[in-house]
Design a protein around this ligand. Structure first.
Ligand code: IPE
Ligand code: IPE
Ligand code: MG
Length: 245
């Protein structure tokens, strides 16, 4: 395990890491298990990686749990994923205050089952009571980058129609304030396990200048050492933001 620490200023990790938790299905299929077993294993990996991020001083971890496109999957698979989320949230309600873990959701919660939505509201309330300095996990549920931008545009248009905003006032900072990620800095590092090298509609706006890290490791096999590798690769990047050094 690499040593991190904001106290020493040595090897400080990125402030915000985003992960596309991909490869659960293939992990299970390789073992002759149902795809749902892969999602269960993937949920364990999320717990482990979130704890590790918190321990090494990452401030925000944003994970892609269920996309606006994932409804195309079988009813069995979708309900298994929702059941795992429910289980996680039930645990979170009991532990997030003790562990100082803030939880936030990105995505359109309207089509999510009322029970799960109520739990998300409950974790939101607990988050409100925690310090802004505490570690925060953002879970993307029924999330799509394009959908997020559309929902933001609709809300901005509604504010204009209500006379609260003028179209000419809109700049990047103001528009960011309408996104699910309002108030959260952009991720410096986006990680995608499982060998796929695409965004699949993840954080389209926010990852404009993110560094991307891909690995063939399937998400259930991802671990602390893999995260260390991704962070080390990130540190080796030359981030120019369009300028010249
Ligand atoms: C990611 O794993 C989890 C979700 C998309 C919900 P997958 O289920 O996509 O796993 P693969 O890509 O089929 O292996
Ligand atoms: C992206 O993975 C969505 C999540 C990890 C939640 P997918 O497996 O759905 O993406 P594609 O279909 O390979 O692009
Ligand atoms: Mg996949």
């Amino acid at each position: 395990m690499a040593e991190y620490g904001n106290e020493t200023g040595r090897l400080a990790p990125p402030r915000h890491i985003a992960i596309i938790m991909d490869g659960n299905g293939r992990w299970a299929t390789k073992r002759g298990l149902p795809r749902t077993a892969g999602h269960k294993a993937g949920a364990e990996t999320f717990r482990k990686i979130a704890t590790y991020c918190k321990d090494i001083g990452v401030k925000y971890l944003t994970v892609y749990a269920f996309s606006t496109e994932n409804w195309k999957r079988s009813e069995t698979e979708v309900s298994a994923i929702m059941a795992l989320l429910k289980k996680y949230l039930l645990e979170a309600v009991d532990t997030m205050e003790r562990d100082h873990i803030r939880l936030h959701f990105f995505g359109d919660m309207t089509p999510i089952a009322p029970e799960l939505r109520a739990l998300a509201r409950e974790t939101d309330e607990i988050t409100e009571h925690l310090s802004r300095d505490d570690f925060q996990a953002n879970v993307c549920l029924n999330y799509g980058g394009r959908d997020e931008i559309l929902r933001a545009a609709r809300r901005f248009a509604a504010d204009c129609a209500a006379g609260q905003r003028r179209p000419g006032d809109l700049d990047e900072a103001a528009f960011s304030g309408y996104l699910d990620s309002a108030g959260i800095p952009d991720p410096e590092l986006v990680i995608r396990p499982s060998g796929e090298q695409r965004l699949s509609n993840f954080l389209l706006w926010q990852s404009a200048y993110a560094e991307f890290y891909y690995t063939d490791t399937l998400w259930p096999d991802f671990n602390e050492a893999e995260l260390d590798k991704a962070i080390a690769a990130y540190r080796g990047r030359d981030r120019r933001f369009g300028g010249v050094k």
